[in-house]
Design a protein around this ligand. Sequence first.
Ligand code: GRF
Length: 240
Amino acid sequence: MWYYSLQVRALSAGFSGLEVRVKKIAILISGRGSNMVALLDAIEAGEVPAECAVVLSNVPDAPGLESAAAKGVKTLVIDHRNSSSREEHDAKVLAALLDAQVDIVCLAGYMRLISPVLIHAFRNRILNIHPALLPAFPGLHVQRKALEYGVRFSGCTVHFVDEEVDHGPIILQAVVPIMPGDEEGTLSHRILAFEHKLYAKALSLICEDKVRLEGRRARLLLTNLEYKNILSDLVDRGGA
Ligand code: GRF
């Protein structure tokens, strides 16, 4: 009998040792949701070991909600106008995230500043995508700002969210050239195509526990070759 129970324990230990627990994510949006769709597509294609528990929006008529529902993903609206403070709103969002047993939160065009209520509860587990090469051009309308400044390259950044705007440790970046004929729309469009690839790659690294935080630096647990393979997909040579 003892031998049998030992075997069962050993077997289950073996299985659980092999098991890669699929991370549960929530995606927070406020609008179009093209990055959200890119994440859902990458999950569906088996490129990201995650499961999307919920797509949550603070804007009731955000077009992205329909795209998520069409993919069979649960959607939830928590309208910020029904709360009297940022903290009160974030407490409602936090309750929904805990209820859905979410491991990782992906901000994807979520046009809200996040309060410490959420940041503390999900410390280093909230990701954001920003359409510029941080720390250059934080904030809003950054494609226009990059053009006005006259930089030759911009791009996009996936980073952890901390208390400061567009500031947390950087996970991955993609570089996108600014072409002589660019205006805000064309540059935004070119960068967006890279955002979609970048966010899925960054999320997969997080889900595979290949990112380790060391102070303000997010260290990638990858060989140079593995990183080069990621980069080869993230370099724009002025196409599109
Ligand atoms: C993207 O450019 C993203 O980088 C920024 O807001 C935009 C959202 O686009 N934070 P979408 O809603 O994902 O299409």
